[in-house]
Every structure is written in C-alpha cells, then in structure tokens.
Design a protein around this ligand. Structure first.
Ligand code: AHG
Ligand code: MN
Ligand code: MN
Length: 350
C-alpha cells in the first residue's frame, strides 16, 4: 500500500523496525501536536491578540533567565509545550529557554524515561513582523535510578540525544525530525490536521556558495573569523575563487531549513560585543538538536574548533559558537580557526 506517509505511520514503522520505543514515539507525537497548536497561534497573529511583548506579574516587561525580553508568543508556546507533555507518562522532566530550571512532571502523573528540552519559539525578533519562526526540541534519556530530576540530569553531550527536531512556522508549517536514522521533513496538511512526509533522508549538498551570518557584528569578531569571511566576500577574485551569496533570516530555524533544502553555512560566532558570553546560541536546545539534524543529513556542525555534539555541557543555558551546514564549507571555516589558534599558540595579548 503506497500513498502519503503521515508522521504517525513513519513513527510506527520506526518502532516496528526497532529504532524507537513506544514511549519515544508517543513523545514525538505529543511534541508534534503541540507544534500544531503553536502554528495556529502564530498563524492567527494579531487576530488572536498574541503579538507584542509579554507583561510580567508586576506589570513591567517580562524578561526570561537569559535576560531577554519575552514576547507573548514565547510565553504561550512554552505553556503549550509544557501542558501537552505533562500527562502522557512518557517524560521525567522538561527544560526550556524560557525557564531557569527544569520542570519535573507533576506528581499527579506517571513519570516516563525521557527528558525533553525546547526553545519554544525561536526567532522572537521576527514574530511581530510576520517572518518565519519555529520550535526547536531535543530528547535525552533520563539517567536511571534518579529519585528527583534536576538540571544536572540534562547535562549530557549532544551525542546522547535520542531524537531532535524543529518545526518551522513559515508559508508552510514543516516539522523536521531525526531519531538517528536520517533527517526527514513532514509538512502540516492544514485540511487534514496531519503532518505528512514531504522529504525523506534529506542530504545537504557538501559544497556551497551561500553563507548566513549577522554581518553587523563583524567588528566584534576574532581575527580568524574576520579572515574567513573576508575570503568569502572577496569572491571570484579572492583565494576561494568563487562568488558567495549571503542570507540571514535571524530565525535559526528558517536559516537551518534553507540549508537543509539547498545547502549553505550558518555561523553565529563568539564575539567581543559581550565577551563574557561564549556565543549567542544555547547549546542544549538550539545547537545540539540542530547539529544532530545536520549531521544526520550529511552536514557538519562545530563550535569553530570541534564537533558540537561532543561538548560536555556544564549548565542548562550555556551558550556556544555555532558553525553548521554543508560539510566541506564547515570544515574550511573550522580548519582556518584551528590553524589560527596553532599559529598563535603561546602568543600573549599584552
Ligand atoms: P531566540 O528568539 O530563541 O532567542 O533565538 C534567536 C536567535 C536565533 O534564532 C537567530 O539565529 C539569532 O538569535 C538572531 O540573532 P541576531 O538578532 O543577532 O540576528
Ligand atoms: Mn532560539
Ligand atoms: Mn526562543
């Protein structure tokens, strides 16, 4: 029997093939259902009264643990994901960009074997201007024999992820998923209310002529980063011998979705604008899930020096530089950073 493959069928077949346990299938179905609700809220926009800044209990601007102003849709999306995942019995705890600490499953419900991390709404600066935003998620196994789940149980490297994905709310709502068996895309059929597989085993072209970076930070970058991008900008006449094009949506989900569609390199490097921060993007619920999706699609993801998925996390909200996309291009950027480090090893900055 052929015909469109729904997300449900894809997951049931993965379970039959022994790739996922029933509880992980349920978890992914629940996340997908929450993404449908978020898609409806995002799609209604001003009609639903969901645009604009969130207001704190005290009546002022609402700020999350990152010190960033929260939009109404950041808060709403977080609540939708928490509520949807509370009662299914598949999770031990959730952690989110919008919450300082993880939230264990309420005592009233059975506790499951998995930990779920999410960026409930990525690309907040694009919400009010009708540009694509998304949800990013990562699934880990809860360590065994844990009495009370705490933040420390989430601090596992990206290689420990058992599933990762994002849902982009753009002209189409598309869920992109990996359970470690390739990266697959499912488009929301709004009439049927179901995610239908529209791409299977996505492969990112190995080489590219397109880069994504916020150029307004250029003066704050380290020398290796300055050198790499100046070579791209030099185009055909420069050492790379080809012209490059630039794109920057400022929603990581949308930039990564483009790269999974036609290749490219996405970079959010460390910069001196806020030297205390090792990068802008968060390791646990932005960099790690995207790195797994990209690697499963034949691409590469590094922090400019080494593989993102190998980083041993130390805190729930830690930040990291991100270089991801077409394998050969990520390797060039990473190699240039490592060579710069080697050439300057032992040099003092006094
Ligand atoms: P979030 O909205 O979840 O805080 O993440 C925003 C991130 C990411 O989506 C995007 O790539 C980047 O911030 C945009 O940064 P600039 O505002 O510096 O362009
Ligand atoms: Mn984000
Ligand atoms: Mn966010």
């Amino acid at each position: 029997m052929s015909g469109p493959v729904s997300l449900t069928r894809h997951l049931i077949e993965a379970q039959r093939a022994g790739h996922i346990e029933p509880d992980l299938r349920l978890l992914i179905e629940v996340v997908a259902r929450a993404c449908k609700s978020i898609s409806v809220a995002v799609g209604r926009g001003a009609l639903g009264g969901v645009l604009g800044d969130a207001v704190s209990a005290a009546g002022g601007d609402s700020v999350n643990v990152q010190g960033e102003a929260q939009k109404k849709l950041d808060v709403l999306s977080n609540e939708i994901l928490l509520e949807a995942n509370a009662w299914g019995g598949h999770l031990a705890a959730c952690a989110s960009e919008e919450m300082e600490h993880c939230q264990p499953i309420p005592d009233a419900y059975p506790r499951g074997a998995y930990l779920l991390l999410f960026d409930p709404l990525d690309g907040s600066s694009n919400i009010d201007v009708n540009v694509s935003v998304g949800t990013i998620f990562s699934v880990l196994r809860c360590p065994e024999n844990v009495e009370t789940v705490g933040d420390e149980h989430f601090l596992q490297p990206g290689t420990a992820q058992v599933a990762a994905g994002y849902c982009v709310y753009g002209p189409q709502t598309t869920l992109v998923l990996t359970i470690g068996q390739g990266t697959h895309a499912f488009t929301l059929d709004r009439e049927q209310g179901a995610f239908v597989q529209t791409r299977s085993d996505i492969r990112i072209p190995g080489e590219t002529r397109e880069f994504a970076i916020n150029m307004s930070n250029q003066r704050h970058w380290e020398p290796a980063m300055q050198g790499y991008v100046s070579e791209l900008l030099a185009g055909r006449e420069g050492p790379r011998g080809k012209d490059f094009n630039m794109r920057w949506v400022a929603s990581m989900v949308a930039d990564v979705h483009r790269i999974l569609t036609r290749g490219g390199i996405f970079i959010y490097p460390w910069d001196r604008k806020d030297p205390g921060k090792p990068g802008k993007l968060r390791l646990m619920y932005e960099a790690n899930p995207m790195a797994m999706l990209v690697e499963q699609a034949g691409g590469a993801a590094t922090d400019g020096r080494g593989r993102i998925l190998d980083i041993a996390p130390t805190t729930l909200h830690q930040r990291v530089p991100v270089f991801l996309g077409s394998k050969a291009e990520v390797e060039v950027a990473t190699r240039q950073h490592c060579e710069h480090d080697a050439a300057h090893a032992g040099a003092t900055t006094a």
